[in-house]
Design a protein around this ligand. Sequence first.
Ligand SMILES: CC(C)(COP(=O)(O)OP(=O)(O)OC[C@H]1O[C@@H](n2cnc3c(N)ncnc32)[C@H](O)[C@@H]1OP(=O)(O)O)[C@@H](O)C(=O)NCCC(=O)NCCS
Length: 180
Amino acid sequence: MFSIALSDSAKLCPLEPWQAEEFLTHMDRARSNLDPWIPWASRSTDLASARAALQSYADRQAADAGRLFGIWRDGVLVGGVMFVSFNRNTGVCEIGVWLEKAAEGNGLISAAVSHLIDYAFDERGMSRIEWHTSPANERSNGVARRMGMRLEGTLREAFLHNGVRHDTEVWALLPSDRNR
Ligand SMILES: CC(C)(COP(=O)(O)OP(=O)(O)OC[C@H]1O[C@@H](n2cnc3c(N)ncnc32)[C@H](O)[C@@H]1OP(=O)(O)O)[C@@H](O)C(=O)NCCC(=O)NCCS
């Protein structure tokens, strides 16, 4: 498979519709870690919905409007990173991430996000990378901080999730922030 090494045991690879079964098995392991924060595992509850989730990203990639990558550790899919949106016209994109619990705390996401940042700025000439998260999501905030992003503001009660309206913090990285 086409891959980028993230560590001795982990690699970053495209995650595509043909891998729906493996993705669903991983989502079942990751569900309890993701459901409090993001509606990602909850969109993939059976093979058809898992394939549809991957297909929606394949469609975004074909339109150059998003991308999805999985992280495999010791051959097991444990998480991933994505361009939730990628707008060449405005030069603005947004990165999203997830991991199953057992893979947290190893720097895998930070390593993967660094590659997406390099790709967006250096290869694609994007002007701004956004990161949207809940103020209560300390691990997600930790990644944004580690990437050198700045917290720009909080959209109050902008995100309806699990029947509750949550605040959304908007963090962002500009090419000039990398030189700070
Ligand atoms: C957000 C999420 C992906 C962060 O996972 P994470 O493992 O904390 O992030 P990383 O993979 O970058 O790892 C960083 C941790 O590994 C540690 N680490 C170990 N080796 C490291 C290395 N070489 N480089 C960087 N960090 C390393 C860091 O100290 C940090 O641990 P700490 O926070 O306990 O100090 C994960 O918590 C998750 O999936 N949450 C649920 C879904 C979610 O919230 N998604 C984001 C929505 S915006």
